[in-house]
Ligand binder design. Structure first.
Ligand code: GUN
Ligand code: ZN
Length: 432
């Protein structure tokens, strides 16, 4: 049993702060007490330290926030970021599918998985919901690498029996491989499984129905897919499913819309879909850098708030252009403003931490730095660059946080801790 203390400026937003100012938790001189990787106490240092007279305390400079949670990201696409020129469907054909074919090679997949997780840690991201490829072993190597790093990660084999040659499974192989993966990985480390049909266009009706059966048969797994991202995609979905009320209804007809469903994007949603998302408890992983990069549009935060749709924040690498959830939060602010909605920096931090955690059903474990939760946290440096230092000097907490979101990126991540252990240190320039 090891008990350790971390003293520093603590900030977390465990609940949606919209209309709830109490949701922001801030201790200027705080103490986090961690026992075997779990936060057992948190509060003002001077008020708390008396209860732990022999505590070994490490002083942390900077602003300590919960580890970021990327609610939708593709690990096989990390080497295809910045592929020039097209919107979603052409971009998939020209850049993404050829890259994903390379994951038939297990050694290649394992090497990318390790590099990907290290890049998450370098950016302060400690948990993620991750798309692998159609290959069963693409999940095994990712989960192995996450186990090595003790990261809380969710993933599941991509289902795509209408995919291109070389990336196509079948209903039967999708069923047997998904069942085998769920059996093999259930209860191991900090991992979780997500049934992952790529999107409506890459699965037959029979495979979408299988995804619904898998979801219904395993109460501990998530459903992870894409929804209403890009105009041409939406038109193709409407043409293939003329009887469906809208894109979400396609998934609904196969039992894929429920409290455990995570849909990436949701750029083109009507009010009916938002009402249905809210009543079902399903939610949206908002991906602003990806939506800009592929010309998909801007997520309508106002509409989502009006309907009470659950939301989290995501990079969507490799359509997304940065691993940094700070940068992604800054773009979320700009995307929200493009549709007339003001996203304040505390709510953006909530989206990137506890909001994503709730979407992924891991909020009892991570996201708020609350007692009882796992001690995944990040040490932010609000003077990481000359410009940040100038902008945050004499600034309020809200101004510092906003500057970090607009001007910050991986350079502002001084250290990343996983369950109280330093997993990345910028000064040592290494993954611990
Ligand atoms: N829709 C289906 N597949 C993908 C993908 O790989 N990336 C994005 N952004 N959208 C998708
Ligand atoms: Zn995606």
């Amino acid at each position: 049993m090891t008990i350790r203390g971390f003293r520093g400026e603590l900030l977390s937003v465990p609940r949606d702060p919209r209309g709830d100012a109490e949701a922001v938790r801030h201790e200027r001189d705080g103490l986090l007490v961690v026992e075997d990787g779990i936060v057992i106490a948190r509060g003002d240092h001077d008020a708390l330290i008396g209860r732990y007279p022999k505590l070994a305390v490490e002083k942390l400079p900077g602003l300590i926030v919960p580890g970021f949670i990327d609610a939708h990201v593709h690990y096989p696409q990390m080497d295809r970021i910045a592929s020039y020129g097209e919107q979603l469907l052409d971009w998939l054909d020209r850049h993404v599918f050829p890259a994903e074919k390379g994951f038939a090679d297990r050694v290649h997949a394992a090497s990318v998985a390790g590099a990907f997780l290290d890049e998450l840690l370098r950016n302060g991201t400690t948990s993620a919901l991750v798309f692998p490829t159609v290959h069963e072993h693409s999940v095994d190597v990712l989960f192995d690498a996450a186990l090595d790093r003790n990261m809380r990660l969710l993933s599941g084999k991509v289902l795509m029996d209408l995919g291109p040659e070389g990336l196509r499974d079948t209903v039967d192989s999708a069923r047997s491989e998904s069942e085998a993966l769920i059996r093999r990985w259930r209860g191991r480390g900090r991992l979780g499984y997500a049934v992952t049909p790529r999107f409506a266009l890459t699965s037959t009706d029979a495979q979408l129905a299988l995804a619904g059966e898998l979801l219904a048969g395993h109460s501990d797994v998530l459903l992870h897919t894409h929804l209403a991202e890009n105009e041409r995609e939406c038109a193709a979905v409407a043409a293939r499913f003329p009887d469906a009320a809208d894109y979400l209804d396609v998934y609904d007809r196969f039992g894929l819309v429920g409290a455990r469903s995570v849909f990436a994007h949701g750029i083109h949603l009507n009010d009916r879909s938002c009402t249905r998302l809210a009543e079902s408890g399903a939610g949206i992983a908002v991906c602003p850098s990806s939506n800009l990069f592929l010309g998909s549009g801007f997520f309508d935060f106002g509409q989502a708030c009006r309907h009470g749709v659950r939301t989290g924040l995501a990079t969507d690498i490799g359509a997304g252009t940065s691993f940094s959830m700070l940068h992604t939060a800054g773009l979320a602010y700009q995307a929200a403003l493009a549709r007339g909605h003001a996203l304040d920096p505390f709510r953006a931090l909530w989206l990137a931490t506890a909001g994503s955690a709730a979407l992924l059903h891991i909020d009892h474990r991570v996201g708020g730095l609350e007692p009882g939760q796992e001690a995944d946290f990040v040490m932010l440096d609000d003077a990481a660059t000359l410009l940040l230092a100038r902008r945050t000097r004499d600034a309020t907490l809200a101004e510092r946080l906003f500057a970090l979101q607009i001007l910050g990126d991986d350079r502002a991540i001084a250290r990343t801790y996983i369950m109280g252990e330093c997993a990345w240190s910028r000064d040592a320039k290494r993954i611990s």
